[in-house]
Design a protein around this ligand. Structure first.
Ligand code: GTP
Ligand code: SPV
Ligand code: MN
Length: 595
């Protein structure tokens, strides 16, 4: 199977531990993908969608208990608890490994074990990293095929001695002779473990088949393990989209944006600008690996090869690019099914069809009180499906602006700019957002602090993480580094409606941002940062009331007094005596600006 001794021994070790019936090496060919897809249809794990409407596409329905990332069951397992820090669940490897080894024992009985060599980033690129996922889930194999670069070319690198991250995954549902395999096998919540061993460059996941719990190249590797590697090697692994913008003068700039899960990264990455003459192209929609190059600028590359996007809210008017992207060769998970064997989700069309099969396989009729799709239903599609994919999507691109953002119904204006890079680090650290359905949590809708949109993804101590941002700052100079902004598309009015139309109209804000990166002076100074001088914000052809604009840009002292108190108690709770210097200084300055 491989000439690499480490890989060979690891495969043998997992084989004798998990006892699969069969082993399949993922070669990454279309034939292999198509055959496995067909097998999933034959064994009723997947439904083939109408080939006339959506060629080569599948619908999977997960178990109702296994629909999103499980942060409570996600662990950073380091020798010292302080290396995981206050924001991660920690269990010592000496405790966690025996528990998981017991679970893994014979766990693949009756199943096929897929060995999937994969590259995060273009195969062989100096920014890229290699992994091997061993999984007993055909769904994971199909999704990894789309989301990463897989197969022979990667195995070739490993054969030549390339080191790799060991990523082990099992759905945790062994089959005894005569057992019927459910469509979506998984293990009970208290047996689910999404474990990271950064000291061993290793991931062990057990019991869930969904998204970030199971597609181990994504959050587990490209963020949690990679953030450790990035800290050691002097670069950054961030939960960010990468967008290419061409203005009406044909000037090209690239920006990144860190918004928490289900807060608009894919949509901004695929924005269809409402402003005439502007062109937007996608480089990445979820993860950016960034480093300072010799010219002192910060460059970003998307380590992924596909989109794992939220379907909900995606429509011809909100995101035509995403709709085009999922027209063929796409896997859907937990959407509804139409009578003509196509998919449907909330907001896809203004009116729901009269009849659907819901995401759990039951009849659904228009007017039913519960929605037919799951709010965290997703599509998996190759990057190359995207009609607006930037030609440089496999190259690191220089970043002019970093946007932070979140779902804040109050307090935070539509856009503001930090006074400096270090003030930007502070703004990233105080990010808050309403919890969304991307995580299995009983507190959906509540605002929580989600620093840098990385709360669930920082693979080490958050104090060290913030200090790492400062280190990156010291690797370059203020004028060469990206300018840092904060956007909030989600401010609501007294009737709980979004005030800002969002989506394509966000291009108006992007124009202001790019003008600011060139030092344009059309701004106003507030205690929290620069905001647009409304006279100079491009609002041509936008119908929005003066009152709405006033609310969108208001910075209320009373609101910020509450916010500052909350930041203080949050810092005390999370960092305590370890609060990074940069945050102490910036918080003090903010307080003084409000005096
Ligand atoms: P993850 O894949 O979980 O990391 O999510 P994401 O950050 O890529 O979020 P995504 O773009 O998928 O958007 C999530 C939800 O927010 C969808 O239902 C979108 O329709 C909605 N959304 C995105 N952008 C906007 C916007 O500008 N305004 C409003 N009102 N909703 C938006
Ligand atoms: C997120 O939750 O931020 C996602 C989806 O991008 S998942 O891959 O499930 O983590
Ligand atoms: Mn994400």
């Amino acid at each position: 199977m491989t000439k690499n001794k480490v890989l060979k021994e690891w495969i043998e070790e997992i084989q004798s531990l998990c006892k699969p019936d069969r082993i399949v090496l993922w070669e990454g060919t279309k034939v292999q993908y198509d055959e496995l897809a067909e097998e999933c249809v034959r064994t009723k794990k997947a439904i083939r969608l109408n080939p006339k409407k959506r060629p080569n596409s599948l619908l999977f329905r997960s178990d109702p208990s296994d629909v999103a990332r499980v942060e409570k069951r996600t662990f950073i397992s380091t020798t010292k608890e302080s290396d995981a820090g206050p924001t991660n669940n920690w269990i010592a490897p000496t405790v966690l490994k025996p528990i998981m080894l017991e679970l893994y024992k014979n766990c693949m009985t009756g199943r096929t074990m897929y060995v999937i060599p994969f590259s995060m980033g273009p195969v062989g690129h100096e920014f890229s990293k290699v992994g091997v996922e061993i999984t007993d889930s055909p769904y994971v194999a199909l999704n990894m095929h789309i989301m990463t670069r897989t197969g022979r070319s990667v195995l070739h690198l490993i054969d030549q001695g390339e080191t790799f991250v060991k990523a082990l995954h099992s759905v945790g549902y062994p089959l005894q002779p005569g057992d019927i395999d459910p469509a979506w096998p998984s293990a009970p919540m208290d047996h689910k473990y999404i474990s990271h061993f950064p000291e061993d460059n290793m991931i062990w996941a057990y019991g869930s088949g969904y998204g970030g719990n199971a597609l181990l190249g994504k959050k587990c590797f490209a963020l949690r393990i990679a953030s450790n590697q990035a800290r050691n090697e002097g670069w950054m692994a961030e939960h960010m989209l990468i967008l290419k913008l061409t203005d009406p003068n044909q000037k090209i700039r690239y920006i990144t944006g860190a918004f928490p899960s289900a807060c608009g990264k894919t949509n901004l990455a695929m924005i269809n600008p409402s402003l005439p003459g502007w062109k937007a192209e996608t480089c990445g929609d979820d993860i950016a690996w960034m480093r300072i190059k010799e010219d002192g600028r910060l460059y970003a590359i998307n380590p992924e090869n596909g989109f794992f996007g939220v379907t909900s809210g995606t429509s011809q008017s909100s995101n035509p690019i995403a709709l085009a992207t999922v027209q063929h060769d796409t896997i859907f998970t937990n959407t509804a099914l139409t009578d003509d064997m196509d998919v449907w989700w909330e907001d896809l069309t203004p009116e729901a069809p009269e009849h659907l099969i819901d995401w759990q396989g039951n009849d659904w009729y228009k007017g039913d009180s519960v929605r037919p799709d799951h709010p965290n239903a997703r599509f998996t599609a190759p990057l190359t499906n995207c009609p607006a994919l930037a030609k440089e999507y496999q190259e690191p691109v220089p970043i002019s602006a970093i946007l932070f953002g979140g779902r804040r119904p109050t307090t935070i204006p539509l856009i503001h700019q930090s006074f400096s890079f270090c003030h930007g680090i502070f703004i990233g650290s105080i990010m808050g957002s309403q919890i969304t359905a991307a995580v299995l949590d009983e507190h959906i809708g509540e605002v929580r602090r989600d620093p840098f949109a990385m709360l669930p993804f920082i693979g080490y101590n958050i104090t060290d993480y913030v200090n790492h941002w400062t280190k990156i700052y010291h690797m370059s100079t203020e004028d060469l580094l990206p300018k840092i902004f904060f956007v909030n598309w989600f401010r609501r009015d007294e009737n709980n409606q979004y005030i800002w139309p969002g989506f394509g109209e966000n291009s108006r804000i992007l124009q202001w941002i790019l003008e600011r990166t060139e030092g344009n002076i059309n701004y106003k100074i507030t205690p929290i940062g620069f905001v647009p001088d409304l006279k100079h914000l491009n609002l041509t052809n936008l119908s929005i009331s003066k009152a709405a604009l006033d609310t969108l840009f208001e910075v209320k002292k009373e609101d910020w007094e509450i916010e500052i108190k909350d930041i203080e108690s949050y810092y005390a709770k999370v960092y305590g005596i370890h609060t990074p210097e940069v945050l102490k200084v910036q918080l003090q300055k903010l307080k003084e600006r409000f005096e």
